[in-house]
Design a protein around this ligand. Structure first.
Ligand code: HMG
Ligand code: MG
Length: 298
């Protein structure tokens, strides 16, 4: 049965900006997040406490966290890769942190410089410590629908690693189509298996729209009863390795589809488009979402 409400988790300030070639000024990030907080969104991933040499775009994570205006109905979250990242994140007074790993060995190694076996105990101790500090924890599993180095990823591997993450005590699992290769049939195959394995767990979908399949994948997930989606306003992010390719599914395009289908989100579309116009105004290039393209044409 189709859900009658959906939760959109805005990841633009993190996943969008980490993939932008230009580095935004901290004050622009802060003002953008303040705009986003006014839209009715219940969740904003504001930055990332990874190594600033790896992601210089988000080196100011702590400053961003300290300067935004917090709304009590919004969960403010950020990525944390290791103990050093957690120490930095705890200073930021967030509501939630996200740990992350890949379902494929090569991507995991290239992304966080550890094998999967080396990663699991690190994540476990981060989850434990974050929980001791009263934070909720999200767990990302990347490359679920395909790896840029290894191609197809076995569903059994996805189930096994999801189980490991749930065993650590994560509150929600987000399944990443990191490079935007998923298709609806594949999404259905994986989600049916995951629902069987974890009938009562919170599972979100994190689709990238690199090949234009993200909304179709969301529809498939909705039809299977899943209602939580990560997206980036305006489709911010692109991909530094594929010129012109879009990044995360665009929040504005997703909201349009959900609203039209009568699925409630609590988000005010007019305010969301205002937030999109704000970030467009400080970016050197046009945002790729369908709605921002329509807007740009007047
Ligand atoms: P490493 O080099 O293996 O780290 O990097 P290390 O533990 O060996 O430490 C080396 C040095 O880095 C040390 O400094 C540490 O202090 C420092 P030194 O003693 O040499 O002066 N260091 C740090 N400094 C600041 N913050 C930290 C930190 N950690 C160590 N957190 C590490 C390992 C994980 C840090 C690195 O590989 C890294 O930062 N990777 C980040 C990769 C990343 O951000 N990828 C993108 C996010 S994942 C994603 O986008 C997918 C997602 O969207 C879902 C999807 O689409 O599928 C979530
Ligand atoms: Mg992503």
């Amino acid at each position: 049965k189709m859900p009658n409400h959906a939760i959109i988790k805005e990841v633009g300030p993190r996943d969008g900006l980490q993939n932008e070639a230009s580095i935004l000024a901290t004050e622009h990030k802060v003002e953008w997040i303040n705009h986003l907080s006014e839209t009715g969104l219940s969740y904003i991933e504001i930055s990332s406490f990874v190594h600033p040499k790896w992601i210089p775009q988000l080196a100011d994570a702590l400053e961003v966290a300290r300067n935004i205006q917090r709304h009590s109905q919004v969960t403010y979250a950020a990525l944390v890769p290791n103990k050093i990242g957690l120490k930095r994140a705890l200073e930021a007074n967030l509501d939630e942190i996200s740990v992350f790993m890949s379902a494929s060995e090569t991507h995991n190694k290239k992304n966080i410089n550890k094998t999967i076996a080396e990663t699991l105990p690190v994540l476990e101790s981060i989850v434990r410590e974050a929980k001791q500090h009263g934070l909720s924890v999200r767990g990302y599993l990347s490359t679920v629908f395909g790896c840029p180095y290894e191609g197809e990823v076995a569903i059994d591997q996805v189930i096994t690693l999801s189980q490991s993450l749930f065993n650590m005590g994560i509150d929600e699992l987000s399944l990443g189509d990191t490079i935007g290769v998923a298709n609806p049939k594949q999404v259905a195959n994986i989600l049916i298996r995951l629902r069987e394995a974890f009938p009562h767990k919170n599972i979100a979908l994190h689709f990238h729209d690199t090949r234009g399949t993200a909304l179709a994948n969301c529809l498939t997930a909705l039809q299977l009863g899943f209602n939580t989606f990560d997206s980036s306003l305006g489709g911010l992010g692109g991909c530094p390795y594929a010129k012109g390719a879009s990044g995360n599914l665009a929040t504005d395009d997703l909201l349009y589809m959900l609203e039209g289908m009568g699925i409630a989100t609590g988000i005010n579309r007019k305010k969301l488009l205002q937030a999109a116009q704000y970030i467009q105004g400080v970016l050197p290039q046009p945002l790729p979402s369908h709605h921002m393209q329509i807007f740009a044409k007047g």
